[in-house]
Design a protein around this ligand. Sequence first.
Ligand code: G16
Ligand code: MG
Length: 216
Amino acid sequence: MKKGFIFDLDGVITDTANLHYIAWKDLATMMDIEIDLAFNERLKGISRMDSLERILVYGGKENDFSLAQKETLAEEKNKHYVELLQDLTPKDLLPGVTEFLSAARDYQIPCVVASASKNAPFILQKLEVFNMFDAIVDPSTLKKGKPDPEIFIRAAEAINLSPKEAVGFEDARAGIEGIKACGMFAVGVETTESLEQADLRIKKLNELSVGDLLQK
Ligand code: G16
Ligand code: MG
């Protein structure tokens, strides 16, 4: 019997991958690096600084910048990304999310956000679902990013559960790996990536019944 739900944000609650892509692509172009949508898949679920590192390695420029310069570049990308987030509304919630969160509330099942994004609280406010969550893990307090399970362990702790008592929802391979590594039941939301490692694979949250999931 499961007692809590742990949600990734980008790709599960809403899809801001394209906004991340626009902001990264602009920054990469400025550095003479060409990225495409296929490469963007490799940035899903990966923290801001790790994403920048991957872009620099991809462009063969990993030794061209100091840490301070990289921090400035990451800040620039974030400024652009936050500008793009201003237009977000509840219409940008992925199908079935509101219904699923309401059903979880009816069953008195706590919900937590385990996102690599430091913008998660702002995004949840724009989507008008901030109050549907009992906790949001602060990614700046983590030692390691996904695929490390730390964020999912911390999310379960926030609602006084062990990872085995919770269900984790993820759209990225790195996230599914983290969920499985701490013994949590993994629901893979397959948008673009296929998630063979997940215990249950769906396309949209509205395919699931909260009652059935709690029995897993
Ligand atoms: C998201 C995205 C990643 C992004 C990361 C950090 O993670 O999938 O592409 O790099 O957050 O975001 P920010 O720059 O806003 O801190 P998730 O875990 O919600 O899929
Ligand atoms: Mg994601």
